[in-house]
Design a protein around this ligand. Structure first.
Ligand SMILES: N[C@@H](Cc1ccc(O)cc1)C(=O)O
Length: 419
């Protein structure tokens, strides 16, 4: 399918500066286009993904992606969509964040061949620019009236906006101009909140580089959720791409828990599955929703994309083991991922017998109850039922020397952690 048709079908097109122009351009040429992200943290979260996955779709159709990390803009802070002035990050923090994001973005794009991704950092052309050049060469081209008319600025006039954030859009416009001039970048894509910044860039190109071929802007809708809550957040916070912040298992769980009402939409916008595959999964959601085939396909595609095959296999085996209760095969690492949120008791020194342990760890409310639980076969140690009330745990019950998993009843898991 043609790229634009595919993007339309997926529901990824929000606004275009010139629909016909873009259609003609993409039919005729393979272009360079860019998308940027500011290093506000040392990892991206899934809320950042959609514009970059869209950029990747352009790459798969032969276009050249320029991936920009805002080492300069990140020190200022984009006011777009923000109700309040941001606190500045330190320069050191921003630099650290740039490195984190770069590594994650490199994994999403292919760097091979003529249309291999180009990774750039706007600190390279903005960082050392002197203020006279900034004001004379760039600031002069953008009218204050024009800036005041942008939503992102006008919505902040009452509550207040510093000159620093007010000027942000000029920096992003300089990027578009710079990439247009030096890499013949013809289009910028971004989330719908980036419309103002993208069009300022087009204005900058028009003024500073009047001979340039026409450049374009393209935005992508916000990711919505059918229940009206914000996409990408759970009780424990954002879903990060960094596995030390959100483990691959948690990441997998996030996608697998997608509601039936959202799953087809997410398959379209986030995965590279073909239209026919997605349509088959849609039928499955309608006819046999209990099988959750679409959710599995989504979780699989996303975990593989961000964390790779091995992490996906691990996430799947943790999921399976916890579901069936058969956790014997899990390593300490897998237990740590899968049971991160269960009550954990730290055992120091000699391990008491099972009944005392159940009480000490708060698993059973009293010794009498603990004895009953064990006798009734309600307690298992690392997935194996334990009915001997005199049993004393040994090193053999410690998975990799680190954990013992106790289950009471069908689904209640507890961790004993050894110091
Ligand atoms: N302003 C963008 C990030 C960005 C920065 C610089 C650019 O040139 C482009 C995009 C955002 O906050 O999402």
């Amino acid at each position: 399918m043609e790229l634009l048709e595919d993007l339309q079908w997926r529901g990824i097109v929000y606004q275009q500066t010139d629909e016909e122009g873009i259609e003609k351009l993409l039919q005729k040429d393979k272009i360079a286009l860019y998308c940027g992200v500011d290093p506000t943290a040392d990892s991206m979260h899934i809320g950042h993904l959609l514009p970059f996955l869209t950029l990747r779709r352009f790459q798969k159709h032969g276009h050249k992606p320029i991936v920009l990390v805002g080492g300069a803009t990140g020190t200022i802070g984009d006011p777009s969509g923000k109700k309040e002035e941001r606190t500045l990050q330190t320069m050191e923090q921003v630099q650290k964040n740039v490195d984190g994001l770069r590594a994650q973005l490199e994994k999403i794009f292919s760097v091979d061949g003529d249309n291999g991704a180009l990774l750039v950092n706007n600190y390279d052309w903005i960082g050392s620019m002197d203020v006279v050049t900034f004001l004379r060469d760039f600031g002069k081209n953008i009218g204050v009236n024009y800036m005041l008319a942008k939503d992102t600025v006008s919505s902040r006039l009452e509550s207040g906006i510093s000159f620093t954030e007010f000027a942000y859009t000029i920096l992003q416009a300089m990027d578009f101009y710079y990439l247009n001039k030096n890499h013949n970048c013809r289009m910028q894509i971004g989330g719908s909140d980036q419309w103002g910044n993208i069009t300022t860039g087009l204005e900058m190109i028009r003024k500073m580089n009047p001979e340039s071929e026409q450049a374009y802007g393209f935005t992508i809708p916000l990711v919505t959720k059918s229940d009206g809550t914000k996409f990408g957040k759970t009780e424990s916070g954002a879903i990060w791409l960094d596995p030390s912040k959100t483990s691959p298992y948690e990441f997998y769980q996030f996608w697998i828990n997608t509601a039936d009402a959202d799953v087809v939409h997410y398959l379209k916008i986030f995965t590279f599955l073909e239209q026919t595959e997605i349509e088959a999964l849609e039928t499955s959601v309608n006819e046999e929703p209990h099988l959750r085939k679409a959710q599995k396909a989504l979780a699989e595609a996303m975990t593989r994309l961000i964390h790779g095959d091995n992490a996906l296999k691990q996430a799947e085996s943790i999921t399976k083991a916890l579901f069936s209760g058969d956790i014997k095969s899990l390593s300490a690492d897998e237990i740590e991922q899968g049971l991160k949120d269960v009550p954990t008791y730290v055992q120091e020194g000699d391990i008491p017998n099972i009944v005392d342990l159940l009480v000490a760890a708060g698993i059973s409310p009293s010794k009498r109850q603990a004895r009953e639980d064990v006798q009734n076969g309600a307690v298992s140690i690392n997935g194996e039922k334990m009915t001997d009330t005199a049993y004393i745990l040994s090193n053999e019950d410690k998975v990799d020397g680190r954990f013992t998993v106790i289950r009471r009843g069908k689904k209640k898991y507890y961790l004993i952690q050894y110091k």
